[in-house]
Design a protein around this ligand. Structure first.
Ligand SMILES: Cc1cc2nc3c(=O)[nH]c(=O)nc-3n(C[C@H](O)[C@H](O)[C@H](O)COP(=O)(O)OP(=O)(O)OC[C@H]3O[C@@H](n4cnc5c(N)ncnc54)[C@H](O)[C@@H]3O)c2cc1C
Ligand code: FES
Length: 277
């Protein structure tokens, strides 16, 4: 159970895993996630179910190395197992035929967007996707998106597609055609500015929030966010919410609250890994 059946590096610091878990692969819908724990002493981290192959009992996780646990996961090899995989958790995306849909993905958020894009395509939407990253070396899953949508690439340095940020591409597209709804998934600051851009053009927007999570089942309160002035838990009430209703500044503040501890823990892990080599 939970065996890593396939692993590949698909971009700078980004790894693509296929995991054997028949229940997750059978049950997971677009927008849902799992909480994993690598070993007895490991912390729990949430990761999106980026794709499934129910006939083989496999599901996919695309992971960016940002700290201790994601680094530890990136060192795992095919044939290794993950101690715990809990899920699918959270609510599936609201999939229906909206008409013209704009999807905006930044960094590893592109992986979260992929099952949403496939499901929206399956029910007949016309999809346009903006995929953004720092440079072309950080862009992921471009060919997969090209099979199901029109794709516009954006990089900070212009090394692939348009030079700029994803909101520049949104601005261009919103001026050219009418969109009925949009989704933005990526770093919190990106989703905040995508929300402002969508609001400027009167287009409704879904976002997938990534607050710190621990249990993923609504009990610990770690993932508390304010939406429409009400307290919500992203793990059970989300992770997708309407961007116009999110208190972005509170979320950005909460995300930074353990930065010092995260840094210490990562440095300690890297020192120990270096010593054991
Ligand atoms: C619903 C959801 C789905 C996600 N899906 C993916 C995915 O598909 N691929 C991917 O690469 N990342 C995903 N993330 C983010 C991922 O969980 C964090 O990058 C990971 O927990 C970082 O752990 P770390 O020990 O490597 O780094 P840390 O040093 O712990 O943290 C580095 C950064 O990650 C954030 N973070 C830390 N702990 C958590 C936590 N328990 N939950 C959420 N964020 C945390 C911190 O705010 C910090 O900015 C998702 C997060 C959520 C909430
Ligand atoms: S992660 Fe504990 S309540 Fe959401």
């Amino acid at each position: 159970m939970n065996e890593i059946v396939k692993k590949a590096k698909i971009a700078e610091d980004v790894f693509d895993f296929w995991i054997h878990s028949p229940s997750v692969s059978k049950e997971a819908g677009p927008g849902q996630f799992v909480v994993i724990r690598l070993h007895e002493k490991g912390e729990r981290i949430p990761l999106t179910v980026a794709d499934t192959r129910p006939e083989k009992g496999l599901f996919r996780m695309v992971v960016k190395v940002v700290g201790k646990t994601t680094h530890e996961l990136s060192l795992k090899k095919e044939g290794d197992t993950i101690l715990d995989v809990v899920g699918p958790l959270g609510n599936p995306s609201e999939i229906k035929n909206y008409g013209n849909v704009l999807l905006v993905g930044g960094g590893v958020g592109i992986a979260t967007l992929y099952p949403i894009a496939k499901a929206l395509k399956n029910v007949g939407n016309n999809i346009t996707t903006v995929l953004g990253a720092r440079t072309k070396d950080y862009l992921i899953m471009v060919d997969e998106f090209k099979k199901i949508s029109d794709v516009l690439l954006v990089t900070d340095d212009g090394s692939a597609g348009m030079k700029g940020v994803v909101t520049d591409a949104m601005d261009k597209l919103f001026r050219e055609r009418k969109f009925d709804i949009c989704w933005a998934v990526g770093p919190t600051i990106m989703m905040k500015f995508c929300t402002l851009k969508a609001r400027e053009f009167g287009v409704p927007i879904w976002v997938s929030l990534n607050p710190i999570m621990v249990d993923g089942t609504g009990m610990c309160g770690a993932c508390r966010v304010t939406v429409s002035g009400q307290i919500k838990f992203a793990c059970v009430d989300g992770p997708e919410f309407r961007g116009e209703e999110v208190d972005w500044d509170e979320l950005l503040k909460r995300l930074a609250q353990y930065r010092e501890q995260e840094k210490i823990s990562y440095e300690r892990f890297l020192r120990a890994a270096g010593e054991s080599e």
